[in-house]
Design a protein around this ligand. Structure first.
Ligand code: NAD
Length: 396
């Protein structure tokens, strides 16, 4: 079939297998061009390994650091003429490239919150590695099914006061106003349950109880603080509460790791368009302004560049750039005074007419299409594609 983007609101319901595979190949090429990354742990488990920051971490760890990797993700294979999710195609492309390079890589497709998934991963670590050196928790999930069978959902809402802002219609480029009522206490608690640190702690506790954590074990979790202009909907909203809970969880894990050595780090990454970020209300305006300012300053980075810089300059050199809460900061270029000055000055002045003068909505659109394997240079989009791409799975 010929596969084209089908866009509804902030969702694209199709993905392009060849485009996704080329995207992964380009990321691999990019990290390789920087040369080997010294001191990379050799056995890495990535939870949330098929998109955005998790996929970038897997690529950097494996193709930059030579690490063996286990990848956990929740993706949809192609079914009855429907394409697979982009993460499926990207995970399959990673697996193929790792196989060709002789790098050990095993994949688990299913719910990372579930006991069955944790048991399957622990069994594989025990059988294949004995111990794991690093666990990267990079999950961005809309919902979590608890052990009781109850499903709780995260919401993206302000806390305390209503939020009003604007979003850009992807197709028409019209600006639509947004109004969101504050979250209820139940919604706040549910968001913390899904996106907070509880499940991260559970993974580490279970790995520790199974005695599969290596000495000097490292675990990381990515967070976002962002700009003052997005605080009402992000950092001071429901998702911000969940992110605050990561700081608590890191403290608890560090306490637990004292007995055996190792550390847990929360790492503040920059704002980027990923599957998860595309759902955040108003993010299209912020990211379009940010792209404009950072590209002009020559400091624009994607997930791969962020994680590459994290691995090469921060994680393993013992001299990290940390804030007062102990988090490692990779959002330094996003929060640079001149960049934020630009965003604040033009925030509120965006109109459909000046979208590509004051901001860079074209770059946002490009990033959105790229996420799904579209608009990637070198791909013949008029060619027939087989949407069914296979992948060997340990679980799922
Ligand atoms: P993403 O949507 O690109 O990737 C999410 C990953 O989680 C995918 O691999 C997906 O398959 C997996 N996943 C979702 N639900 C799952 C489940 N139940 N079981 C197993 N796997 C599941 O997201 P992202 O933007 O890369 O976010 C990853 C982390 O980085 C999040 O904690 C996010 O808050 C953080 N972060 C993102 C940004 C940003 O701007 N995108 C900035 C800073 C920090």
């Amino acid at each position: 079939m010929i596969i084209e983007p089908k866009i509804k609101g902030f969702l694209c319901t199709t993905a392009h297998p060849t485009g996704c595979a080329l995207d992964v190949a380009q990321q691999i090429q990019q990290v390789r061009s920087g040369g080997p990354i010294e001191k990379t742990p050799k056995r890495i488990l990535i939870i949330g390994a098929s998109g955005g920051y998790g996929l970038a971490t897997r690529i950097v760890g494996a193709f930059g650091g030579g690490a063996e990797t286990l990848g956990v993700f929740f993706e949809r294979p192609a079914l009855k003429g429907r394409t697979a999710s982009p993460g499926w195609y990207k995970a399959a492309a990673f697996a193929e490239a790792a196989g060709k390079a002789g790098l050990y890589a095993k994949d688990f497709n299913g719910d990372a919150f579930s006991q069955d998934m944790k048991t399957a991963v622990i069994e594989t670590i025990r059988a294949d590695w004995g111990k794991v050196d690093m666990v990267v928790y990079s999950l961005a999930a809309p919902a979590r099914t608890l052990a009781s069978g109850e499903t709780v959902r995260s919401v993206l809402k302000p806390i305390g006061e209503p939020f009003s802002g604007a979003t850009i219609d992807f197709k028409t480029q019209e600006l639509r106003s947004l109004a969101l009522e504050p979250a209820s206490e139940e919604e706040i608690a549910a968001t913390v349950k899904v996106m907070g640190g509880e499940d991260w702690e559970d993974w580490i506790e279970q790995l520790s109880a199974a005695d599969v954590l290596a000495d000097d074990f490292l675990t990381t979790n990515y967070t976002y603080l962002g700009s003052e202009v997005t605080w009402p909907i992000y950092y001071h909203g429901t998702i911000g509460r969940a992110k605050e809970d990561l700081d608590r969880a890191a403290g608890a894990i560090n306490e637990q790791l004292k007995r055996q050595g190792g550390r847990a780090d929360v790492i503040v990454m920059k704002g980027l368009l990923t599957q998860a970020a595309s759902a955040i209300p108003g993010m299209s305006v912020y990211l379009s302004l940010l792209f404009k300012a950072m590209k002009a300053a020559g400091t624009h980075e994607g997930c791969l560049e962020q994680v590459d810089r994290l691995f090469r300059t921060q994680l393993f050199n013992g001299n990290q750039r940390r804030d007062e809460a102990g988090r490692i900061r990779m959002d330094d270029w996003e929060l640079a005074a001149d960049i934020q000055e630009y965003v604040k000055t033009h925030w509120g002045k965006i109109t459909p007419e000046n979208l590509n003068q004051l901001a860079d909505f074209t770059a946002y659109q490009q990033a959105f299409l790229n996420l799904h394997g579209f608009a990637i240079e070198g791909v013949d989009y008029a060619a027939e594609e087989d949407p069914e791409v296979g992948m060997a799975l340990v679980f799922g």
